[in-house]
Ligand binder design. Structure first.
Ligand SMILES: *Cc1c(COP(=O)(O)O)cnc(C)c1O
Length: 405
């Protein structure tokens, strides 16, 4: 096979065993003649989006009032199987709100996987608390409940009902499982560990709408959860997010603090605490309502695309496709391939990324683990060997639903 791409000496860049040129060829074969450049995940809009957006503009209700916010909240809550949805300006705001609802206060610590998008750790910081990083599992790429248990055994103790980090003397209040790339975390095990240590569970289900664990939707576990409708997620509102909960009191408080903590009154401005302007505008919600009509179709297409990648990579040595964990259904938000352990230095990953980018295929590495970023370098953490290996060995491949052949 020819390996003569201008400017790339693949053997020099990547002396390892894996045939990078062949891996790139397999990706191109799966994507076929899709129009270049091919982004990692692109939104799709049609006549319905235009119709509902026009309707919103004509109604004059573009901002925090209007019917689409309620409608969008109801559609999402029904889909996930929770009682309440509270739409927010983005997923980070939803997470920040969820942390406040869980009673996280300044100087607390919150357990967060080292492998996640920055928003998870940032939301903890926005709440005045400190992220405490823990390791992930190769099965899910999400938080590993057994490793979490071992770590907490080691560094924490229960004082009454409060878990305290013996090294920092700070309370550890909550844990945020993140369903990475749509693959569900082992929730039964995670919830058991959380109960043992009296931790609140806040699901970061930003990437996992439509995914389920043992028949139960991601976003319906724990006290509350957060979704994101950013432009790169499966459905988008431009920017947007949602807090989900089945607890009436928690939902009421979520609405209150995301709406400037204003007490309802026909004319009086009375705010009873420092609140947030976190509500989703009606304009964005209209887009979300139109997108929701397509969700199931898109997930089905994404699952077929995942099958295509999986079978195309089956016979290539040194690489495997990451399938949904046993007992779960993944929305396959982002398709992921994993290089063998011998490729952990990241050279195979970078050689493949470089080659794909040259061909206008915008594959991406997994996020740099949080504890390697300057602002989170000194945070408390477990040993996170799997997180570091995931970073070295994984590549995300283009995953838009329209790419399926
Ligand atoms: C997208 C995302 C969020 C939220 O991001 P926003 O851009 O604020 O909507 C949070 N966590 C994870 C894991 C995400 O992928």
């Amino acid at each position: 096979m020819s390996d003569s791409l201008p400017g790339i000496d693949i053997k020099r860049e990547h002396p390892g065993a894996t045939d990078i040129a062949r891996a790139a060829q397999i990706v191109e074969q799966v994507l076929g003649d899709a129009k270049r450049p091919i982004e990692l995940h692109e939104p799709s809009f049609g006549a319905r989006e235009r119709e509902l957006l026009s309707e919103t503009i004509e109604s004059g209700w573009v901002s925090s009032g209007g019917k689409f916010v309620n409608k969008f909240e109801e559609m999402i809550a029904a889909r996930v199987g929770v009682k309440h949805g509270i739409a927010t300006v983005n997923g980070t705001a939803a997470l920040h709100t969820a942390l406040m609802l869980a009673g996280v206060i300044p100087k607390d610590e919150v357990l967060v996987p080292a492998i996640t998008f920055i928003a998870t750790a940032n939301a903890v910081s926005h709440a005045g608390a400190t992220p405490h990083f823990v390791d992930s599992s190769w099965d899910t790429l999400g938080l590993d409940p057994a490793a979490l248990d071992r770590h907490l055994q080691d560094i924490s103790e229960l004082r009454g009902d409060t878990l305290v980090n013996k090294r920092t003397q700070r309370p550890i209040r909550a844990v945020i499982p993140v369903h990475v790339f749509g693959h569900p975390v082992a929730m039964d095990e995670l919830i058991a560990v959380a109960a043992k240590y009296r931790l609140s569970v806040i699901e970061d289900a930003a990437e996992a709408i439509g995914s389920s664990y043992r028949g139960k939707s991601c976003g319906s576990f724990g006290l509350c959860s957060a979704l994101s409708f950013n432009g790169n997620k499966i459905i988008t509102t431009g920017g947007g997010g949602m807090v989900l909960t089945s607890d009436d009191a928690v939902a009421k408080r979520a609405r209150h603090i995301t709406t400037t903590a204003k007490q309802p009154h026909p004319w009086e401005f009375f705010h009873d605490e420092v609140g947030y302007n976190y509500r989703l505008p009606n304009l964005n919600a209209a887009l979300g309502c139109a997108q929701m009509e397509r969700l199931d179709e898109w997930i089905a297409a994404k699952r077929r695309l995942a099958e295509n990648y999986e079978s195309a990579f089956r016979d290539l040595k040194g690489v495997r496709f990451l399938s949904e964990p046993a007992g779960t259904k993944s929305n396959y938000w982002l398709n992921t391939i994993v290089f063998d352990a011998s490729e952990q230095d990241g050279k195979a990953r970078d050689a493949l990324l470089k080659r794909l980018h040259q061909r206008q295929i915008r594959a991406r590495p997994v996020w740099k683990p949080m504890h390697l970023l300057p602002m989170y370098r000194d945070c408390p953490r477990a040993n996170v060997p799997i997180a570091e290996a995931i970073y070295g060995r994984c590549v995300n491949l283009p995953s838009s639903p329209f790419l399926v052949k």
